[in-house]
Design a protein around this ligand. Structure first.
Ligand SMILES: [Zn+2]
Ligand SMILES: [Zn+2]
Length: 336
């Protein structure tokens, strides 16, 4: 099978690999339908890397597929079951896991980053990572499950209320999914970005106001909608806490979702104290896969409207190029 392999620092190789087979008794073999290409994949391939990964691993952590073989101890899945794979695997026995914080597991690992993932036709995953998915759900929505599970965690942290206003800084896929969930909660959404193409996509899916930070004054644009500042601000970039403090109202909530390990923003601590702000760090999802699937299967949101294009696996290198140029919202790879 063709596989997208993180070969070494800065290098993606499209390699021929033998199809894997079920290794452990609780593993399943998945025929992968398709896989989203993520900003994290771009970070992994930077020089020096902006995200760690294991050299030799098949990339792709946002994938769905169908179970075609099960290990002898697999009880909850049958051959033919369509599944979304939760790629973050926790050990279940460390102190964080036992305390209900599996996303802070000391042995945390991720399919498609530290173990083989879904940018190949076949993949082996543990039974407990696989979440049943309706056959009726269109691929174009289903392929968003993993990203949505992370965003659902962030949105739950800030508890949007009907009639409130949220500002999302960064209109890429995760910013856009925040916007869709806020809108579904009855919360007005303003999204700011510097990409006209992304803002155009967001305006088309019903975001209340899009603000191009390259050409418009963001604070003034937000104040036109909510003079006292936004109830909620999301940093979907990873370095925008200072901007968030400018946009949030007194007593408001901020979710820091984007990740940039190199950012060292100066923090106006007194603004947080004086305005009694609540700031959440939101890291991946915590048991949010079932809710993400419910959001998609019930049709509450349709992230398919955000897709830039669907490409076959051999075209992954050019898809990555397009994402690096920043003119695409989301590209997914569909096998077969
Ligand atoms: Zn991702
Ligand atoms: Zn653990």
């Amino acid at each position: 099978m063709l596989a997208a392999v993180f070969a070494r620092e800065g290098t993606l190789e499209m390699q021929e690999r033998p199809a894997p087979s079920v290794a452990g008794p609780s593993d399943v073999l998945i025929e992968v339908e398709g896989c989203g290409v993520c900003g994290t994949d771009l970070h992994i391939l930077e020089t020096p890397p902006a995200h760690p990964a294991t050299p030799g691993c098949i990339l792709g952590h946002e994938y769905i597929g169908r179970v075609i073989e099960t290990g002898p101890e697999v009880a909850s899945l049958r051959v033919g079951q369509r599944v979304a794979v939760a790629p973050n695997i926790s050990c279940g026995v460390c102190r964080s896991c036992k305390a209900g914080r599996p996303n802070h597991c000391v042995r945390f690992t991720t399919l498609g980053i530290f173990r083989d993932g879904g940018l190949a036709r076949y993949n082996v995953a543990p039974e407990r990572a696989c979440h049943p998915l309706s056959d009726a759900l269109p691929f174009e929505d289903a392929v968003w499950t993993e990203v949505l599970s992370c965003v659902a965690n962030s949105v739950a942290n800030v508890k949007p209320q009907p009639g409130e206003t949220a500002v999302v800084i960064g209109g890429g896929p995760v910013g856009a999914l925040h916007a869709l969930l806020f809108r579904a909660a009855g919360t007005r959404v303003i999204v700011t970005d510097v990409s006209a193409a992304r803002l155009q996509t967001l305006a088309a899916v019903g975001v209340h106001r899009v603000v191009n930070a390259a050409t418009e004054a963001v604070k003034e644009a937000v104040q036109e909608v909510c003079p006292d500042g936004a109830d909620i601000v999301v940093d979907a970039v990873g370095s925008e806490l200072d901007a968030a403090l400018d946009l949030v109202r007194t007593g408001g909530r901020i979710s820091l979702f984007g990740m940039n390990s190199r950012a060292r923003p100066a923090v106006r601590q007194n603004t947080i104290t004086r305005n009694e702000l609540t700031i959440f760090g939101s890291y991946v999802g915590v048991n949010t896969f079932p809710r993400a699937i419910a959001l998609l299967e019930s049709g509450v949101i349709h992230p398919s409207a955000l897709l830039s294009e669907i490409r076959p696996l051999p075209e992954l290198p050019s898809a990555l190029e397009r994402l690096r140029r920043g003119d695409a919202m989301k590209i997914v790879i569909r096998h077969g």
